[in-house]
Ligand binder design. Sequence first.
Ligand SMILES: CC(C)(COP(=O)(O)OP(=O)(O)OC[C@H]1O[C@@H](n2cnc3c(N)ncnc32)[C@H](O)[C@@H]1OP(=O)(O)O)[C@@H](O)C(=O)NCCC(=O)NCCS
Length: 333
Amino acid sequence: MTVTLNQAKGPEFTRIYSYGAARGEVAVPNDDLIGPIDSSDEWIRQRTGIVTRTRAVPTTSATDLATEAAREAVERSGVNPADIDLVIVGTISNVQQTPSMAAVVADRIGANPAAAYDSNAACAGFAYAVAQADALIRAGAAKYAVVIGAEKLSDIVDPTDRSISFLLGDGAGAAVIGPSDFAGISPTVWGSDGSKADAVGMDHTLIEFRDGESAWPTLRQEGPTVFRWAVWEMAKVAKQALDAAGIEAKDLAAFIPHQANMRIIDEFAKQLKLPDTVAIGRDIETTGNTSAASVPLAAHRLLQEHPELSGGLALQIGFGAGLVFGAQVVVLP
Ligand SMILES: CC(C)(COP(=O)(O)OP(=O)(O)OC[C@H]1O[C@@H](n2cnc3c(N)ncnc32)[C@H](O)[C@@H]1OP(=O)(O)O)[C@@H](O)C(=O)NCCC(=O)NCCS
């Protein structure tokens, strides 16, 4: 071979520069949902820790929520939108299979012609997107990325379903990721277990719906199966992420798990032996479970309520339909 190719190589380190958030406009209390599922405000509070969840009005789309969150993150980052060359949206609730939400968001925030794509890793969507942006920037495939978790789950719930519908909310969380002088994102521990694909997901396909064989497909889950898997297997993944980062629980400033159930969050904290000094993301109480958006929304809120966490280490973990999981430690902006 007489010619040699150029091959890309990026900076040694990356970090999160900023977060942005958008929640559905309406706070929906438990009492508004309990009728069709024969439940109670007390049962939902005790079993899940949810008091209200945010849901978007009909005219607000998941793409609108993603745009609002991305705009805030970009504004706070100080990065010129025209310098953003990668936009990744983690989502399971885009009501159009194509075009991607990411391409539309990239254009709306002034990042056209950034590379843009959606990625479906359910409630691990944000951890997956962070892993991708970190790797792509360090490989020299992009310089500045916006990663977004965005969901309008209210479009895919059945109000008569008592397995999951009452947990779910609408929102989007975003982060700007770029080159750094120091290590700001640890190695990601991620994976999947498709043998448990039936534990949580849509109850019907679009083909079944088209052919009149089913109602509009909505989310369902085997709650106790997912609960046990989360508590046992995900606590191990969280510990592996600490090991991969080369730190211990006592080094953390914050723990930001997927907002699936307050009891799961409490169990994680116990198993990880988190000292009282570690702030824990508990956004689920008023936002509900927003799948891919839940981790960045909880991070955004923690930083708003505790600005002193800035510069500290946060362990984040997402897990959900697939089944899939992803965890890493990040330096909070
Ligand atoms: C869904 C979840 C809250 C249910 O709580 P749980 O404690 O596991 O409840 P169970 O399904 O074991 O049911 C316990 C009892 O509550 C009842 N129950 C179940 N759902 C109910 C509801 N929505 N309202 C009222 N009662 C309900 C059951 O019938 C059962 O009654 P019984 O004891 O008389 O038989 C819980 O399993 C969970 O949070 N799972 C994981 C959530 C998650 O992470 N999912 C998203 C994927 S990321």
